[in-house]
Design a protein around this ligand. Structure first.
Ligand SMILES: Cc1cc2nc3c(=O)[nH]c(=O)nc-3n(C[C@H](O)[C@H](O)[C@H](O)COP(=O)(O)O)c2cc1C
Length: 136
Protein backbone atom coordinates (compact mmCIF):
# COMPACT_ATOMS: atom_id res chain seq x y z
CA UNK A 1 0.00 0.00 0.00
CA UNK A 2 1.41 3.42 -0.97
CA UNK A 3 2.20 5.96 1.66
CA UNK A 4 1.74 9.68 1.11
CA UNK A 5 2.89 12.84 2.80
CA UNK A 6 1.05 16.15 2.68
CA UNK A 7 2.54 19.39 3.98
CA UNK A 8 0.40 22.49 4.38
CA UNK A 9 0.30 25.94 5.93
CA UNK A 10 -2.89 27.48 7.32
CA UNK A 11 -3.90 30.68 9.09
CA UNK A 12 -4.88 30.19 12.72
CA UNK A 13 -8.19 31.75 13.77
CA UNK A 14 -8.50 33.66 17.05
CA UNK A 15 -7.19 31.95 20.14
CA UNK A 16 -5.89 28.96 18.19
CA UNK A 17 -3.00 31.14 17.00
CA UNK A 18 -1.72 32.07 20.44
CA UNK A 19 -3.11 30.06 23.34
CA UNK A 20 -1.53 26.99 24.83
CA UNK A 21 -4.88 25.29 25.51
CA UNK A 22 -6.03 25.22 21.87
CA UNK A 23 -2.71 23.63 20.94
CA UNK A 24 -3.05 20.99 23.67
CA UNK A 25 -6.57 20.28 22.45
CA UNK A 26 -5.42 19.84 18.85
CA UNK A 27 -2.53 17.60 19.84
CA UNK A 28 -4.84 15.52 22.06
CA UNK A 29 -7.31 14.85 19.22
CA UNK A 30 -4.45 14.27 16.77
CA UNK A 31 -2.79 11.75 19.04
CA UNK A 32 -6.02 9.81 19.55
CA UNK A 33 -7.18 9.79 15.93
CA UNK A 34 -3.80 9.41 14.28
CA UNK A 35 -2.92 6.34 16.37
CA UNK A 36 -6.18 4.79 15.23
CA UNK A 37 -5.58 5.72 11.58
CA UNK A 38 -1.81 5.06 11.45
CA UNK A 39 -1.18 8.68 10.59
CA UNK A 40 2.09 10.28 11.72
CA UNK A 41 3.58 13.74 11.39
CA UNK A 42 4.61 17.02 12.90
CA UNK A 43 2.82 20.27 13.74
CA UNK A 44 4.42 23.69 14.25
CA UNK A 45 2.76 26.99 14.99
CA UNK A 46 4.39 30.32 14.31
CA UNK A 47 3.21 33.89 13.94
CA UNK A 48 -0.47 32.95 13.64
CA UNK A 49 0.16 30.18 11.16
CA UNK A 50 0.11 26.39 11.40
CA UNK A 51 2.58 24.26 9.45
CA UNK A 52 1.80 20.55 9.45
CA UNK A 53 3.10 17.41 7.78
CA UNK A 54 0.85 14.35 7.79
CA UNK A 55 1.85 10.95 6.45
CA UNK A 56 -0.11 7.76 5.99
CA UNK A 57 -2.42 5.87 3.61
CA UNK A 58 -4.29 7.98 1.03
CA UNK A 59 -7.73 7.17 2.42
CA UNK A 60 -6.73 8.18 5.96
CA UNK A 61 -5.08 11.41 4.78
CA UNK A 62 -8.13 12.30 2.67
CA UNK A 63 -10.41 11.79 5.66
CA UNK A 64 -8.12 13.86 7.86
CA UNK A 65 -7.92 16.64 5.25
CA UNK A 66 -11.73 16.68 5.22
CA UNK A 67 -11.80 17.20 8.99
CA UNK A 68 -9.04 19.80 8.79
CA UNK A 69 -10.86 21.78 6.09
CA UNK A 70 -13.98 21.86 8.28
CA UNK A 71 -12.09 22.94 11.42
CA UNK A 72 -12.80 26.58 12.28
CA UNK A 73 -9.64 26.96 14.34
CA UNK A 74 -7.80 27.63 11.10
CA UNK A 75 -8.52 28.68 7.56
CA UNK A 76 -6.86 29.21 4.17
CA UNK A 77 -5.14 25.81 4.00
CA UNK A 78 -2.42 25.89 1.34
CA UNK A 79 -0.86 22.58 0.32
CA UNK A 80 2.90 23.08 -0.09
CA UNK A 81 3.90 19.53 -0.89
CA UNK A 82 2.07 16.29 -1.59
CA UNK A 83 4.01 13.20 -2.57
CA UNK A 84 4.30 9.44 -2.46
CA UNK A 85 6.91 8.38 0.09
CA UNK A 86 8.94 5.20 0.62
CA UNK A 87 9.03 5.56 4.35
CA UNK A 88 7.75 7.77 7.12
CA UNK A 89 9.81 10.64 8.51
CA UNK A 90 7.92 10.52 11.82
CA UNK A 91 7.45 6.80 12.46
CA UNK A 92 7.27 7.16 16.24
CA UNK A 93 4.99 10.21 16.34
CA UNK A 94 1.19 10.20 16.00
CA UNK A 95 1.67 13.97 15.91
CA UNK A 96 4.90 15.56 17.08
CA UNK A 97 4.74 19.19 18.09
CA UNK A 98 7.85 21.34 17.88
CA UNK A 99 8.83 24.98 17.97
CA UNK A 100 9.13 26.65 14.60
CA UNK A 101 12.53 26.04 13.07
CA UNK A 102 14.56 28.93 11.60
CA UNK A 103 13.73 27.46 8.18
CA UNK A 104 9.99 27.76 8.83
CA UNK A 105 10.36 31.28 10.18
CA UNK A 106 12.20 32.21 6.98
CA UNK A 107 9.59 30.53 4.76
CA UNK A 108 6.70 32.35 6.45
CA UNK A 109 8.53 35.67 6.40
CA UNK A 110 9.37 35.34 2.70
CA UNK A 111 5.82 34.39 1.72
CA UNK A 112 4.60 31.27 -0.04
CA UNK A 113 4.49 32.57 -3.59
CA UNK A 114 7.83 31.46 -4.88
CA UNK A 115 8.78 28.44 -7.00
CA UNK A 116 10.95 26.77 -4.39
CA UNK A 117 8.28 26.74 -1.68
CA UNK A 118 7.70 23.01 -2.04
CA UNK A 119 11.43 22.20 -1.75
CA UNK A 120 11.69 24.50 1.29
CA UNK A 121 8.72 22.77 2.92
CA UNK A 122 10.32 19.36 2.34
CA UNK A 123 13.56 20.58 3.85
CA UNK A 124 11.80 21.96 6.95
CA UNK A 125 10.00 18.64 7.45
CA UNK A 126 13.20 16.60 7.02
CA UNK A 127 15.05 18.82 9.49
CA UNK A 128 12.23 18.43 12.03
CA UNK A 129 12.41 14.67 11.62
CA UNK A 130 16.18 14.67 12.18
CA UNK A 131 15.99 16.84 15.30
CA UNK A 132 13.21 14.67 16.76
CA UNK A 133 15.25 11.54 16.08
CA UNK A 134 18.19 13.16 17.88
CA UNK A 135 16.22 13.70 21.11
CA UNK A 136 14.12 10.52 21.16
C1 LIG B 1 -3.81 22.92 12.79
C2 LIG B 1 -4.63 21.70 13.12
C3 LIG B 1 -4.05 20.44 13.01
C4 LIG B 1 -4.80 19.29 13.30
N1 LIG B 1 -4.23 18.07 13.16
C5 LIG B 1 -4.98 16.97 13.34
C6 LIG B 1 -4.43 15.66 13.14
O1 LIG B 1 -3.26 15.49 12.81
N2 LIG B 1 -5.27 14.59 13.36
C7 LIG B 1 -6.57 14.74 13.75
O2 LIG B 1 -7.24 13.74 13.92
N3 LIG B 1 -7.09 15.95 13.97
C8 LIG B 1 -6.34 17.06 13.78
N4 LIG B 1 -6.89 18.29 14.00
C9 LIG B 1 -8.25 18.37 14.53
C10 LIG B 1 -9.28 18.11 13.44
O3 LIG B 1 -9.46 19.27 12.66
C11 LIG B 1 -10.62 17.69 14.08
O4 LIG B 1 -11.03 18.65 15.00
C12 LIG B 1 -10.49 16.37 14.78
O5 LIG B 1 -9.85 15.42 13.96
C13 LIG B 1 -11.89 15.84 15.17
O6 LIG B 1 -11.70 14.70 15.89
P1 LIG B 1 -12.83 14.08 16.80
O7 LIG B 1 -13.96 13.77 15.88
O8 LIG B 1 -12.20 12.87 17.39
O9 LIG B 1 -13.16 15.14 17.83
C14 LIG B 1 -6.15 19.43 13.73
C15 LIG B 1 -6.70 20.71 13.84
C16 LIG B 1 -5.96 21.83 13.55
C17 LIG B 1 -6.59 23.19 13.70
Amino acid sequence: MSLFRIVYVSDAVGDAGVGLLPLIDIIGASDRNNRRDHVTGVLMRHDGRFFQAIEGARVDLDRLMGRLRADRRHTNIRILAELVIDQRLFPGWAMAQTDASPGLERLLAEGLDHPSVSASADRIVSEASRSLAAVS
